[in-house]
Structures are given as C-alpha cells and as structure tokens.
Design a protein around this ligand. Structure first.
Ligand code: FMN
Length: 194
C-alpha cells in the first residue's frame, strides 16, 4: 500500500455497524482488520457496536451516562464505517451511534466499506447526506461488497473478489490525505466549530 508519509501516523477508528448475531460483519471486519494492520501510517482502533451500549432513550439526555466510545471517537483522526444495507439504507444501530456523538466527528473524514445484496451503495449515499450535519467529510472512494457471503471460505473467512483490496487502498489513501489536512485544520480555532 502506498504510504502517505508526509507527517505523523494517523489514528483511524473502524466502526463495525451491524449488531446482529450472527452477522456477515464478522468475517468482513476480520478481513478489514488484517488489511489495515499492514498500513505503515495508521494506528487502527476497531470499535464494534455489538459490544457497546448506547441506549436510544438516553440519547443526549440530561444526566445520562456518557458514551462509552466517545473518547475513542474523539481520539481518531478519521473513520472507516463498515456498514450493511438494510431496506435501502443503513442500519438503525449506525444512525444511533452517529446521533450519540457530535464534536467527535467534527472536521474529520469518513470512508465507507459497505455490503449487501447490491453492495450497499444506497446505505453509503444516504450516509453522505448525514455526515455534513456533524461537520464530517465523506471521502469519494469507497469499498462496495455485493453478495460477500459468496466469498467466504470453508472456515468462514472472507476472501475478497478481484479489485477489492485495490479499492480499499484507494479509499485509505484518500482518507489519509483528508485526515492530515483536517488534523491541521482542527489545530486552529475554526469559526462555527461546535
Ligand atoms: C432487515 C434487512 C434488510 C435488508 N435489506 C437489504 C437491502 O435493502 N439491500 C441489500 O442489498 N441488502 C439488504 N439486506 C441484506 C443484508 O445487507 C445482508 O444480509 C448483510 O449480510 C447484513 O449484514 P450483517 O449480517 O452484518 O448484519 C437486508 C438484510 C436485513 C437483515
């Protein structure tokens, strides 16, 4: 993978959006984690929403417990969201996680690895309409995995079809470019920053 070695390492949080049991997210997250571990410019933090409690009724409620992942999101320079498509959109678990946070997203890039029967493109396009409200920037490149269940080996491990790894590298390189630029931007006092 091309190293973006203009300056320091970047901290990238990968959010696993499906909370179902069982779920295709597991082999896909395993593959993603293995690929991203090989990046020489990134420190990867895998955040699994299935093991995080974000009760909807406590969403930004006065006196509610703080988000257990706010610190990890705040520490990230950029995000990769692994999301399935449910009914031509993204899952409620993903929207709930987005809504639970605010400043943690601001002036940071978000890339998508999406999957579903049709590759999850409708989930991605709808997420592109959501993130600007949080002052997050979505990157153009994405990874779209159609019928990924056809690419599991006998042990359940995901073997990506041709072009997938290249698409991931393209997305991560773009994410790195934006993450470095926006890290500099966050260092100054921006007008309108929440
Ligand atoms: C409630 C539900 C709705 C779905 N709707 C779509 C859809 O609109 N488009 C699509 O491509 N796949 C759809 N799927 C297929 C899922 O993307 C696929 O089952 C995927 O593996 C789910 O990810 P998960 O197992 O990690 O939760 C749907 C699945 C579920 C459970």
């Amino acid at each position: 993978m091309t190293a973006n070695n203009l300056c320091d390492r970047l901290r990238i949080a990968v959010v696993i959006g499906s909370v179902r049991t069982p779920r295709l997210a597991d082999p896909l997250a395993g593959w993603l984690e293995r690929e991203l571990a090989a990046l020489d410019w990134a420190d990867i933090d895998m955040i699994d929403l299935a093991s995080v409690s974000l009760p909807m009724r406590e969403l930004r409620a006065r006196g509610a417990a703080p988000s257990p992942i706010a610190g990890r999101l705040a520490a990230a320079d950029g995000f990769v969201l692994l999301t399935p498509e449910y009914n031509h959109s993204f899952p409620a678990s993903v929207k709930n996680m987005i809504d639970w946070h605010l400043i943690e997203w601001a002036y940071k890039p978000v890339g998508f690895v999406a999957y579903g029967s049709s590759g999850g493109i409708r989930a991605v396009e709808q997420l592109r309409a959501v993130f600007p409200e949080l002052r997050a920037a979505t990157v153009r490149e994405s990874v779209l995995l159609a019928m990924a269940w056809n690419h599991l080996d006998t042990t359940g491990r995901f073997n990506p079809p041709p072009g997938t790894v290249e698409a991931l590298h393209a997305m991560m390189n773009e994410l790195a470019t934006w993450a470095r630029a926006l890290r500099s931007a966050r260092a100054v006092d921006l007008v309108g920053r929440p």
